[in-house]
Design a protein around this ligand. Structure first.
Ligand code: NAD
Length: 464
């Protein structure tokens, strides 16, 4: 077991202000694998000061110079793929192949995209007799969750750096080891001291201190809606910028003309990926009543291909496992039909939940409304297209979704009516350059690609 004692601030590892630590647990075997310091308001303050001190120099670094250092960071992350993937497996429980391909592969691609975008972004534009300058917002406080530990960090830090902002990161307490590796990569890439700073710690202590710090100009948060609401209120009170990436309850709408077998198979894979701990997961499958029982049988057969402990890893923590089990029990209690899985422990050790499929789920049930964040799929039945639309749009969320139809134009026409930030048409691939973010209570702001970069800029107009 490793005991870490430092925070990364001002370009070096410095001892934490206090003595408290956080135990990092491997969710597959429930063993403590490391301790990291639990940062305090004092640590956050030191990190914010370092970020402020580094801001003028970094903001004045030409975009090509920033781009070169982001490219170097991408290269360092790629070079350490094995170590980062093993760390994500150890602290999150992700299966090895998924850890390499998605948990490391995706953020490496995103970091690469920002090296390119930083170099080519129009930081100046001409509008009539004005020159509009797109300038960095300033010091960014980034608060990230554990579900995609490296991706969530890179999706905030890379565009912030590309924009010329400096950053203080408070990563999730469940997955701080990946964040430490990220800080090491930043250091190896040669970013100037203070441009990126890391404070590990608990949300209500270090996270709260960062969100409330007057030296932070923009707070970018990804996590639960409950915490996001508080952070939004704190930022609003201080009149500072805020970006919130919150939960989802996305609908996978299978129209009657669709290839049902394909739509169900891809839909099940989508929900089981990362043990269901994905904010954009299509956790509600909507099927026309005429083909509903056929879809239930297909889903039952598809989920059997996801053995727990192999393709489906454990949930991140005992707390998260208990939460998910509670939802499964509630689904049964509210009258949904359990087709596969259930609340029982599928393995003797580890925070595992069996891949679970519910049929006969109705729109008002708790499992059809609330984000479960586990390997749990609900199948809902609709009578006609208007009914499907009402059900799909009938939650407080609006993060992602899918539409399947025999004809692409038919799927697109339906997608236009969905209140959600992303829709995959007939299984369209994830695009790391497309804006990602929510309608309604799924959030404020967008991440990834040029839209993600624009979040970290503010404009100044010069009139001639
Ligand atoms: P959370 O919102 O509590 O934690 C996310 C981050 O916010 C962590 O870094 C945490 O330390 C920090 N945080 C917590 N309280 C804070 C506070 N008062 N001030 C500032 N920062 C604070 O999420 P969780 O408890 O880890 O997960 C709970 C639920 O949130 C999940 O079941 C899931 O539904 C949802 N979730 C969504 C996403 C997403 O990507 N949208 C990611 C993780 C969790």
């Amino acid at each position: 077991m490793k005991v870490h004692d430092g925070m990364y601030t001002g370009g070096r590892w410095t001892p934490a202000a206090g003595d408290d630590t956080i135990a990092v647990v491997n969710p597959a075997d429930e063993r403590v694998i490391a301790h990291v310091p639990a940062g305090t308001a004092e640590d956050v303050d030191a990190a914010v000061r370092a970020a402020r001190a580094a801001l003028p120099g970094w903001a004045a670094t030409p975009p090509a110079g920033r781009a070169a250092l982001i490219a170097a960071l991408r290269d360092r992350l790629a070079a350490r793929t094995d170590e980062i993937a093993a760390t994500v497996t150890a602290e999150l429980g992700a299966p090895e192949q998924f850890a390499r391909q998605v948990h490391v592969g995706l953020p490496v691609a995103v970091a690469g995209s920002y090296a390119e975008l930083a170099a080519g972004h129009p930081f100046e534009e001409r509008i009539g007799n004005s020159t509009v300058l797109h300038e960095p917002v300033g010091v960014v406080g980034a608060i990230t969750p554990w579900n995609y530990p490296l991706h969530q960090i890179v999706a905030k830090v890379a565009p912030a750096l590309a924009a010329g902002c400096t950053v203080v990161l408070k990563p999730a307490e469940d997955t701080p080891l990946t964040a430490r590796l990220f800080a090491e990569a930043v250091h190896e890439a040669g970013l100037p001291a203070g441009v990126f700073n890391l404070v590990t710690g608990l949300g209500p202590v270090a996270g709260q201190a960062l969100a409330a710090h007057e030296g932070v100009d923009l707070v970018s948060f990804t996590g639960s809606t409950a915490v996001g609401r508080r952070i939004g209120a704190t930022a609003g009170g201080a009149v500072k910028r805020v970006a919130l990436e919150l939960g989802g309850k996305s609908a996978n709408v299978i129209l009657p003309s669709a290839d049902l077998a394909k739509a169900v198979a891809v839909g099940v894979a989508n929900v089981m990926s990362n043990a269901g701990q994905t904010c954009s997961a299509w956790t509600r499958m909507l099927v026309h009543t005429d083909r509903y029982e056929e879809a239930v049988e297909l889903a039952k057969a598809a989920v059997a291909k996801y053995p727990v402990g192999e393709r489906v890893g454990p949930l991140v923590s005992a707390r998260q496992r208990d939460r998910v089990r509670g939802y499964i029990e509630q689904g049964v209690a509210e009258g949904a039909r359990l087709v596969a899985g259930g609340a029982g422990a599928p393995l003797e050790r580890g925070y595992y939940v069996a891949p679970t499929v519910f049929a006969d789920v109705t729109p008002e049930m708790t499992i059809a409304q609330e984000e479960i964040f586990g390997p749990v799929l609900s199948l809902l039945r609709y009578e006609d297209e208007e009914d499907a639309l009402r059900i799909a749009n009938g939650t407080v969320y609006g993060l992602a979704g899918a539409v399947w139809a025999g004809d692409e134009a038919e799927a697109v026409a339906f997608a236009r009516r969905l209140e959600t930030g992303q829709v995959d048409i007939n299984g369209g691939r994830f695009n790391p350059l497309a804006p990602f973010g929510g309608y309604k209570q799924s959030g404020v702001g967008r991440e990834l690609g040029p839209h993600g970069l624009a979040e970290y800029l503010q404009t100044k107009s010069l009139q001639f």
